[in-house]
Design a protein around this ligand. Sequence first.
Ligand code: SAM
Length: 766
Amino acid sequence: MAPRYMYEREGQVDFYNRFLPRINPELSIEDILSDYSDGVLNGNLIEFKLNISNLNEHLSQCIKYLSAMRLKGKPVPANILIIGLNSGDAFYYQASEYLSEIEAVYYGGSSKNNKKFIGKNPSRVLHYEEDPLDAENLISLLKQKKYTKIHIDENCIVGWAEFYYNLCPTARKEDFLGDDTGKHKTIGEIRKPRVFSEFIYPYSGSTNIKFNYLMDKLNDTLQKKNLGAFYTPPVYAQKSLELLRIAISRIPAENNDYIILDRCAGTGNLESYMTDEELSHCIVSTVEYYEYKVLMELIGSKVRALIPPVETTDTFNAGLVTGADALSREYIENSIIMEYVNNPKCTIILFENPPYAETTSAEHQRKGHSKQSSTWKGSYAVTEMKKELKGTATNDLGNVFIWSGFHYYLRQPSDSYIVYSPVKYWKVQHMINKKLISGFAFNRRWFHTNTDACIMVALWANEEDINTDAFQITGYDCNGKTNELVEIGLLDVKRIHSSVSSVYYDKRVIQQEYRKGILCGLDGLEKIGGVKRNKPASSPDIIGYMVAHSSGFDNPDLDSSLLVGGRYDGNGFYLHKDNYLEKLPLFCMSRYITYNHGWTERARIMKSADGAARFLRDVSTGKLEQFLLKCLLFTCLEMQNHMRTFWGSDGRFYRNELCLDDTNGPTIASKDIINLKMNSDEKQLISLFKELMENVKKTSEYDAQSTYGVYQIFKEIDTSYVDDVTGKTIWNNEIVHSDLQTLKTMVKSYYNKEIVPVLFEYEFLK
Ligand SMILES: C[S@@+](CC[C@H](N)C(=O)[O-])C[C@H]1O[C@@H](n2cnc3c(N)ncnc32)[C@H](O)[C@@H]1O
């Protein structure tokens, strides 16, 4: 007999189309497909196979899916159904019989390494295609909404916390994690499940000490906003002890005591590898209540002081610890700490990984965290800091710790501050001018984030140093599997003195008569509606608008634009025919991180105008003529150049002049590029673009009136759809798609070879 189905997806779609109307007609197939398994429907995990080859193997795969669901904080279905599509059989297993296997943690793909698994016989086998009674029984199973209760442990608690805060958006950490110890007794969800009563067994640990390393990830949504807690991984905590020991070695002989102050100790990761002697010099505190309790339990008996020393009935205050907010006046004047600070015979060492929250970052704005949501912004330390410092530095919570650390605690040259933070506070914000003794660069990814970026831990002496303009630190990544340090060599950290926008942006006044036209959105087309914060301009001399904004690379695509009209939200400048070439290195500079996104580059390499005098001189002598043309070639072929050709609503024809499509007459770029003395890579790039254009012209989407750059081709010609049967993406114009892929690869290597070194030479990148 011929098989019913050739493709799994075809069979799956047919199955759902026939069964879903009997289960829940409101559900669509997309609602069911989740987490790379074939689907969860009510309390059933369904795994489809065209043909059943080895039930044990398929069952093992299902168990891994359920394991992943537990880890992600998703209710674990009670039923496992393995469906043989071509034979029309459903094999039913009860997940609870495999609880210990579900509660194990698996690495690698779920479909791999399942051959050795030995399962029990299925509870039932239903021949649903042959037997209408079995089909009806299958429908009953699929309607069941039963779940397998699982145990909460350190592997899965973060997932369940996220699920809990999603379900109960106003819940606080105590509602999830509260225990019966200490003065504040709220028994949390994990110990007395209410919302999760069908999904989890009560957690039997009396305290939260097992979760010490996860307490940052268990914060409720509000705390996440305000506490900026990203814990230090153990290997980095251990490594930075080397800096602490250098700081201790700097204590002058005449001093008879020292303290190590960590005002934001969390659960004490930085202290976890200290010797008892070192711990006996520590004063630690943290503002979050459950961290404070774990900190007390872990090192309370070993440290010199904990703030507050013991819990009282007033200690718990809406999830925070009364008296432990390091940015409050009360804390800054705390008598326990001040006794040491006022003692000239005592050396002060600050050792901290301050909270990280930058309220003006796009990352922050995207998450909908308004500026007002950050309660720390109204703190005493911020108010005092603003009296001394202006500008964006005060928007960064970490900076407030750094500033207040030096300001309130360090008095003698032999005092030290060992601090974890991105280099920006020294590099561009110039918040401190102190002497660097030593430091390391670490990868932010391992601090409970998903971002690869460079975090410096620096040992600063409390000595003025206005001369140092650059230094080197050794970078250490971490091997995620073995948790070992991976040394990657020395990294430069160089100071930046002038910003790109203040020096390089074209600030010539545009006459009122030319202040007309359209504004564009990020997709390169006219922006219709919405808020606009820029003035349009169009004149025979203007060819577009460029944004190459901000010193950092936190939002590379937002901070880098090339458009045919002004960008709706500004932050850039109009490009004029007479000097557009010398502005192109700015666009090239702003693409650096896209092609060099390793952790060592992010948050360390930034944009600068420090080489402007040299650059402009060399432009004027013609020394950089060929380099500017290389920048032009890159600009024409790079995907972030969003210049497009279209008719504006003002009746004007906006033509992309920075592309090499000369079908409808030469563009400014195609005329200028002739002056490039091309090497073989450049010839290849040009011929690839020509070939791409030939193929574009053969497509039905091609508009013969238009002038195409690669982005316009990508948006308008390189279209695709998802095939219903196979679920795969199908490109409408495969050859154009392939050409674009090849072009991307070649443009990247061209950029890194020909453009990047010169950008560093002229300090566009620093
Ligand atoms: C980046 S974490 C570092 C924790 C720990 N020292 C480590 O290295 O893993 C910052 C810690 O500061 C705490 N924190 C945030 N704001 C604070 C404040 N205003 N005063 C005291 N601690 C604060 C957070 O709860 C969090 O535990």
